[in-house]
Design a protein around this ligand. Structure first.
Ligand code: UD1
Ligand code: CA
Length: 450
């Protein structure tokens, strides 16, 4: 692999999104569009990445810097075309001994492999290499005018003749330039065309006129589809999810009904994980080998240990950390809590800001009262403790190892290891009183009618 740098074009206004957010910050699989493009460049081994952003798009720079602290930014204040946008990034390539790859910030599904295949053509002596695709509907795209494996020119849709418009082989917008090629050509690109824009794609004809070698590769259309409106955003999401489902099944994960499971870009699953229908993964989830995620569960920012069982209808929020073979059952919410190995929260619980020891059992309806409206407090439940159903553990509070909390307790003080805690009113039975109570009620009913 030869070294190369990347320029990502992301200055577009994205007006068709009708959004307060810059287009490239909209999410696919929990990661903004431009983040996906950045990852493809990184994955292909890009040494340096420069992003061309719009004048009011500092939020794009913030996001990208978080993913790649070494990324550089240039602003394109006037949107005069892709050739003009690349010209703004001149400092990134003028003195560089490496090839430059141009990627579009709104085409999130480009793969590192496609970028690498294109770089390979530059490594083999091409001055320019373009990633093309066969368009189901080529309307609006630049057409590749080819002769064998040589690319003669790219004709933008608006400038194409009737015959040229019949061509379905199109420009994906991903273009690689050999070292020094952009510096030689970029200022020679003019704007005498149907749109009055500086077309980066004019570089192909200029290189040909100089006797340069221009080639192309072909990528699947699904991988190069761009996002210009919300419908295309949904299509990109669907395509992304389809790829992830196939990847995870290939990696040894069972998906009972793949199309109903939604992954995040960073979801990590171990071998023999089983995922039932209708499960949604937010960002930051790791599920280890052999764990089962039952139907209708929502999981984000959580770690699920090996052999653990989650759901059905469970919600794991950030900081949920389930040990090996732990069980979080139906209608249970866990937030910022360590659940020890083999511990069980089988039904109807809220466990937040807590440490639950190994093999502890929280009965149905156990609630950690972690919040006083201002501050959050911790609940600690020792190993092998048993919390009776419908108990409230008012934090900060510690239940010792092996302790037993009677059902329906409100626990406000620490419980020593091995102790029984009863935090509820004592039961009082009055023999024969039922008839008296009933008679009193009947009398009241009569009096009200009268
Ligand atoms: C471009 C290509 C076309 C290709 C298509 C693939 C040119 C002239 N045309 O057309 O051959 O088939 O992409 O989708 O390159 N941008 C800027 N600054 C600008 C203009 C554009 O940053 O001044 C960015 C946009 O944010 C966008 C990308 O460049 O990410 C493409 O620009 P756009 O105007 O959408 O080009 P197309 O007409 O779609
Ligand atoms: Ca476009």
């Amino acid at each position: 692999m030869i070294p190369f740098s990347t320029v990502i074009l992301a200055a577009g206004e994205g007006t068709r999104m009708r959004s307060a957010l810059p287009k490239v910050l909209h999410d696919v699989g929990g990661l903004p569009l431009v983040g996906h493009v950045l990852k493809a460049a990184q994955g292909a081994g890009s040494a340096q990445i420069t992003v061309v952003i719009g004048p009011e798009h500092d939020a794009v720079a913030t996001l990208v810097s978080g993913l790649d602290p070494a990324a550089r930014f240039v602003k394109q204040t006037e949107r005069l075309g892709t050739g003009h946008a690349v010209r703004m990034a001149r400092a990134s390539f003028d003195q560089s001994p490496d090839p430059v790859v141009v990627l579009l910030g709104d085409a999130p599904l480009i793969s590192a492999a496609t970028v690498a295949a294109m770089i390979d053509q530059l490594a083999h002596g091409a001055d320019i290499a373009v990633v093309g695709f066969e368009a189901a509907d080529p309307t609006g795209y630049g057409r590749l005018l080819t002769e064998g494996d040589t690319l003669l020119a790219i004709r933008e849709h608006k400038d194409a003749s009737h015959a040229e418009r019949a061509i379905t082989l199109c420009n994906s917008g991903v273009i690689g330039f050999g070292a020094g090629v952009l510096t030689r050509l970029i200022d020679r690109i003019g704007n005498a065309n149907a749109k009055g824009e500086y077309y980066l794609t004019d570089a192909i004809e200029l290189a040909q006129a100089d006797g340069g070698r221009v080639t192309y590769t072909i990528a699947p259309e699904a991988e190069v589809q761009g996002v210009n409106d919300r419908a295309q955003l949904a299509r990109a999401e669907a395509q992304f999810q389809a790829l992830r489902r196939d990847d995870w099944m290939a990696a040894g994960v069972t998906l009972k009904d793949p199309t109903t499971v939604y992954f995040s870009f960073d979801t990590a699953l171990g071998r023999d994980v089983v995922i039932e229908p209708h499960v949604v993964f937010g960002p930051g989830v790791v599920v280890e080998e052999g764990a089962v995620i039952h139907a209708f569960s929502h999981i984000e920012g959580a770690h699920v240990g090996p052999g653990a069982s989650v759901g059905p209808f469970a919600r794991l929020r950030p900081g949920a950390d389930l040990g090996p073979h732990a069980k979080v059952g139906n209608f249970v919410e866990v937030k910022n809590a360590q659940i020890g190995a083999g511990a069980k929260l089988p039904h109807l619980s809220y466990v937040g800001d807590a440490k639950i020891g190994a093999r502890a059992n929280l009965g149905a309806g156990t609630i950690t009262c972690n919040y006083d409206g201002v501050n959050k407090f911790e609940t600690v439940v020792g190993a092998d403790a048993f919390i009776g159903s419908n108990s409230s553990l008012v934090a900060p509070v510690t239940i010792g190892e092996g302790a037993y909390v009677g059902s329906g307790s409100v626990i406000t003080r620490d419980v020593e290891p091995g102790a029984l805690a009863l935090g509820r009113a004592r039961q009082d039975n009055k023999p024969g009183y039922a008839a008296r109570i009933r008679a009193r009620a009947e009398a009241l009913k009569k009096a009200r009618k009268g």
